[in-house]
Design a protein around this ligand. Structure first.
Ligand code: URA
Length: 227
């Protein structure tokens, strides 16, 4: 990297201060717990475009009847970082793209603060590809129908790191029923890929005082994907 101007440093500090408050954080220590990789499912295509074509009319569960659009995922097919939310909300269901509402706009700002975007080195998707009515939590049978799609997306992308956004995504991917606070701050594994759990951006909109903790997580995330 070449010399960085003081203007650039000031802009960066102003942006992170707006997002996360006054503190700057150092990296966190990783703790591990692991499950093995899942082999590639050869019934599915070996690229994301054809995979979308194969599954976007899915009716394996009842959400196939109530959705407006199937929300497959968006971003860089060679991303180092895959962000996983729980399920599409109203805006996402209408647009067919994950995290496009207010929470998604905050997520885009957080990604910009670690020099990433949904076009650059990041892929964004959800555990469920279809919106549950009234944004209720995913049901176990919906997860068991939809999760193989997520596993195949991750097998194709081969990211360095998965970040579960929020308690529901975290507990679903880790198959545990724990509060977010006990999943945060540890390095987990999802089918062999390192995974971190952090706050859902919608939770940050409701509780801005969680932003400094989120910034800690994203500094740690950046240190992993930059390595
Ligand atoms: N919340 C999620 O978990 N996913 C989205 O795509 C939008 C909101």
């Amino acid at each position: 990297m070449g010399p960085v101007s003081s203007d650039a440093v000031n802009r960066y500090l102003k942006q992170t201060r707006e997002l996360f408050g006054d503190e700057l954080f150092l990296e966190k220590k990783a703790v591990s717990s692991t499950t093995g990789p899942t082999p590639i499912n050869s019934d599915y295509p070996s690229d994301l475009v054809n995979f979308y074509e194969q599954i976007h009319q899915c009716h394996n569960c009842a959400l196939g009847n109530s959705r407006t659009q199937f929300v497959f995922g968006v971003g860089d097919p060679n991303a180092s970082l895959v962000l996983v939310g729980e399920a599409p909300g109203e805006q996402e269901d209408l647009k067919g793209e994950p995290f496009v509402g207010r929470a998604g706009q905050l997520l885009d700002k957080i990604l910009a603060a670690i020099d990433r975007s949904r076009q650059k080195d990041v892929y964004i998707c959800n555990v469920l590809k279809c919106r549950p009515p009234n944004n209720r939590d995913p049901l176990a049978e919906e997860v068991s129908e939809c999760e193989p799609y997520l596993i195949h997306q991750i097998n194709l992308i081969q990211p360095k790191l998965i970040v579960a956004l929020g308690r529901v995504a975290g507990k679903t991917l880790l198959n545990v029923d724990k509060p977010l606070k006990s999943m945060r701050g540890s390095l987990h594994y999802y089918h062999g890929t390192p995974l971190i759990v952090t706050y859902h951006p919608a939770a940050l909109l409701r509780n801005p005082n969680w932003k400094p903790e989120t910034w800690k997580d994203f500094k740690w995330i950046r240190s992993i994907i930059d390595a």
